[in-house]
Write a protein that binds this ligand. Structure first.
Ligand code: ZN
Length: 281
């Protein structure tokens, strides 16, 4: 059986790689907890100064798993991000809120607080739930072929669970991205301030590791405090409380969908229809 997430250490850099390339690294709960285990290992290893998050294959990630054979939304997990009850034997909003509080919003917040610098290394698709993974990283290096989208307004839902859009894109670009649901390019994302570097695809890993290597030369505790300082400033700009308020709208949208379409909280969309819709952009 192949590992869902690969872990390697190169000098002072931990390289954490999502490894479901046959499903464009769609993120199921098994991957979420494998990522969490890899990040924990990197935090606890004093030799690791910087963490790089990458995706194996042609794409960084297609987002949350809403259609692969490994989809595991009805499997119990041991809550790590929030203290809440198991979602599995619950119904309706009780079930959805428990699950998404833990595996989506909670886990992303937990990873944003990792006390070491994190760098996302992005190629190909970085769509919907994958934006959340890239956004919780401190820096983002993207290949020229990378493309981004949050198409979940097609589901009648106002953006993915980790609602950082206005803070990472600015309000006007956030609205364009949400209102159209269309793909935007690495060049466009750089212009909007979402990316640190855009590099040729062939140089992505080397450029990311070179940047990580330079950061790894800085003192560990200084980096941790600098990261916390900027994160605290972002929270003072409303990131955390804004996200909490939008999480309520997000769950209202899931509940509305379920109410009007026979229990389908995704508004009649599935992995294929979402992927095809994304292509029009
Ligand atoms: Zn959701």
């Amino acid at each position: 059986m192949t590992e869902t997430v690969r872990y390697e250490r190169r000098d002072g850099v931990a390289l954490v790689t999502m490894n479901r390339p046959e499903y464009r690294n769609a993120q199921n709960s098994a991957m979420t907890y494998a990522l969490d285990a890899a990040f924990t290992r990197a935090v606890e290893d004093d030799e690791v100064k910087v963490i790089v998050l990458a995706g194996a294959g042609e794409h960084f990630s297609a987002g949350h798993d809403i259609g692969s054979p490994g989809r595991d939304t009805d499997v119990s997990f041991e809550n790590k991000a929030v203290l809440w009850w198991d979602h599995v034997d619950k119904a309706g909003g009780d079930q959805r809120f428990a699950r998404e509080s833990e595996v989506y919003l909670g886990m992303c917040r937990r990873w944003r607080e990792i006390p070491k610098p994190t760098i996302a290394s992005v190629q190909g698709a970085c769509v919907a739930g994958a934006l959340m993974l890239a956004w919780v990283c401190d820096l983002i290096v993207a290949a020229e072929d990378a493309f981004f989208a949050d198409p979940v307004v097609r589901m009648g839902i106002p953006g993915v669970e980790y609602f950082a859009h206005p803070w990472v894109l600015g309000p006007r670009a956030a609205k364009e991205v949400l209102f159209t649901g269309e793909r935007f390019s690495a060049r466009q994302a750089k212009e909007w301030g979402m990316l640190n570097r855009v590099v040729p695809r062939a140089d992505l890993e080397a450029e990311t590791l070179a940047l990580a290597g330079r950061i790894a030369g800085m003192p560990r505790f200084g980096l941790a405090l600098a990261k916390k300082a900027v994160n605290q400033a972002e929270d003072l700009m409303g990131l955390r409380s804004g996200m909490d308020s939008v999480f309520g709208l997000h769950h209202f949208a899931h509940a509305h969908n379920a109410e009007v379409s026979g229990g389908d909280s995704l508004g009649g969309q599935d992995a294929r229809s979402m992927r095809d819709a994304g292509r029009t952009g």
